[in-house]
Design a binder for this molecule. Sequence first.
Ligand SMILES: Nc1ncnc2c1ncn2[C@@H]1O[C@H](COP(=O)(O)OP(=O)(O)O)[C@@H](O)[C@H]1O
Ligand SMILES: [Mg+2]
Length: 268
Amino acid sequence: MEKNILSLGGLGRSFGTTRAVDSVSLDIGPGEFVGIIGRSGAGKSTLLRLVNRLIEPTDGRIAFGGQDVTALKGSALRDWRRQCAMIFQQFNLIDRLDVLTNVLVGRLAVHGFASSMAMRFSDAERALAIRALDRLDLAPQALQKAGTLSGGQQQRVAIARAQVQNPRILLADEPIASLDPGNATRVMDALRSINNEDGITVLVNLHTLDTARAYCDRIIGMRCGRVIFDGSARDLTATVVREIYGSEDLSDFNESVTSTTIRPGVPA
Ligand SMILES: Nc1ncnc2c1ncn2[C@@H]1O[C@H](COP(=O)(O)OP(=O)(O)O)[C@@H](O)[C@H]1O
Ligand SMILES: [Mg+2]
């Protein structure tokens, strides 16, 4: 097994009679930028949560670099969760704490339990957190309460928090679904630069097709828990799009695409 390949084999998760994820087999290589698309309920969120073991599979296997992730327990499981940082649609920051402290929360994944409780951080960790904020143009906001920031800024803080965890894989569940197009672009650009510069694998669930086309090397289309497309943006033809999103009227979807079209920003 080649090093650092995330490998899903026959992965499945049922909720009662619903097969949220159904026999998903994928290999994702280091440094890939993968977009997962599909209708609401297709199983995108469940798939990401299975990967970082926020939820347990009912069948199948997850491996990373040949190591069985599905069997990890205790500190080995905690370390796996540190290695795959998660970013959510609703940012999940602590509003009443300042931005810097929110970023440092990412370090708790690296600490043992006792020092996590004390929320004590070293100068080196503070410097690391400031650097992460600075890369995302947020150093001036370091001492501001997180709740006072715009949505786009808050999501970038969440990205900085994920970064100080020193992850191998970044899992982002619809990170731009509640942002306006300008902020959405900045957040996607931030994910792309982390992917390019740090070589971190990015797996991102996306609601809009244009974003997937603009940013992702590889697009995975899910429907009813299954992977029904796996290829490049170029291979994503109108026929395939119809298969992924269903044969119903696509006008709502197309409208959201044209009104919120975002494009990669010019690299700084
Ligand atoms: N905790 C849960 N309990 C019951 N059903 C769930 C749960 N989580 C997800 N599901 C169901 O699994 C399916 C896939 O959901 P989800 O992974 O959230 O899809 P997506 O993220 O693509 O919208 C849906 O039918 C959803 O209702
Ligand atoms: Mg979801």
